[in-house]
Design a protein around this ligand. Structure first.
Ligand code: NDP
Length: 308
């Protein structure tokens, strides 16, 4: 029996227990999920931020930590962690993000708001076709890549940007600082799906926001830290950025006094773009532990130097 500790919040255990048990059975791993293991017996930790486990040193037999979230900024610099760390790539999480992003892109592309509120009345404003609308996605990983491809399937002209060169069918893929300027200057609608790392922190500052076309819309389901809030507010006030739909913030919950709440050109959603679904994520964890036990390389290993 392989002792596995669920250190991803006691309040989540009920939702995860059955899917994990089923998934381990399906991949032929005999897991001990009893949750009363001595630290020096635990072989794998299923992990989430805010976990009761912050010091990994007592876990002397630990072989890997499997984070249940896609983002890992809360753990990459934990110096007590000396074993591989994996992040979550979950089909359900990806599907949810694709739905959030395409929904919010279409809202702005179609100019739905004034018809929903009735503000325009009978004033026809026929939206352009998606084929004539440029959308840029910063971050072409599991989530950004899937969103870029879903938008391309709807005929949008999609530009994507990543750290390393990349090729994705139907997407103009750019990288590096020069690529970023080109990607931003094409972004009538900009989607941020980068991880939070030292390199991406406040990437969207005064200078980079200035590169966007006038009236551009920004959608951020990535991380709040990707944006310099004061710079975005100034760009919204001047109209240079036409609207911002923000799901993630420097501080969460977004403090009641934050100007984003009352700004007429901001839509706040409370970090609901997507989330890990136990039903689709448990098989990913089980498969990774099966691989580790079989001496195969783990999937979705975090490069702690790069921070994601
Ligand atoms: P991945 O690690 O799969 O992809 C990250 C992408 O960002 C990669 O394309 C990577 O480039 C690119 N990137 C990273 N650093 C840089 C950089 N310095 N310059 C340019 N590109 C960079 O992550 P996911 O797609 O799975 O997740 C992305 C983020 O989404 C998560 O980190 C999390 O913050 C956020 N998230 C938000 C949720 C929500 O509900 N709001 C839910 C889940 C996740 P390369 O391909 O070259 O490595």
């Amino acid at each position: 029996m392989i002792p596995i500790l669920f250190a991803a919040g006691a309040e989540r255990w009920d939702a995860w227990r059955d899917p994990l048990e089923r998934s381990f059975r399906e991949v032929g791993v005999t897991a001990d999920l009893s949750q009363d293991h001595a630290p020096d017996a635990v072989r794998y930790i299923v992990y989430a931020p805010g976990s009761e486990v912050q010091d990994f040193r007592p876990f002397t037999e630990l072989r890997a930590v499997l984070n249940i979230w896609a983002g890992v900024e809360h753990i990459t610099d934990n110096e007590t962690l000396a074993v591989p760390l994996t992040r979550m790539v979950d089909p359900g999480l990806t599907e949810g993000m694709v739905e959030y992003v395409t929904g919010h892109v279409l809202r702005h592309h179609l100019g739905m708001d004034p018809y929903i509120t009735g503000a325009l009345g009978w004033e026809p404003r026929v939206p352009p076709l998606a084929r004539n609308r440029s959308v840029t996605v910063l971050g072409l990983g599991a989530l950004g890549g899937a969103c870029a491809q879903a938008l391309a399937a709807l005929n949008f002209r999609v530009t994507g940007w990543s750290r390393r060169p990349k090729e994705l069918p139907g997407i103009r893929c750019l990288h590096g600082e020069e690529g970023l300027t080109e990607a931003l200057s094409a972004a009538e609608i900009l989607v941020l799906l980068l991880p939070r790392t030292p390199e991406t922190e406040e990437l969207m500052n005064v200078e980079r926001l200035a590169v966007l076309p006038d009236g551009a819309v920004l959608i951020n389901p990535g991380r709040g830290a990707l944006i310099e809030d004061a710079a975005l507010l100034a760009a919204l006030d001047s109209g240079h950025v036409g609207h911002a739909t923000l799901d993630v913030f420097h501080t969460e919950p977004l403090p009641a006094e934050h100007p984003f709440w009352s700004h007429p050109s901001v839509t706040v959603t409370p970090h609901i773009a997507s989330e890990t679904r136990p039903e689709t994520a448990a098989p990913v964890i089980a498969e990774n532990i099966r691989r580790a036990e079989a001496g195969l390389p783990l999937l979705h290993v975090v490069d702690r130097q790069a921070g994601y």
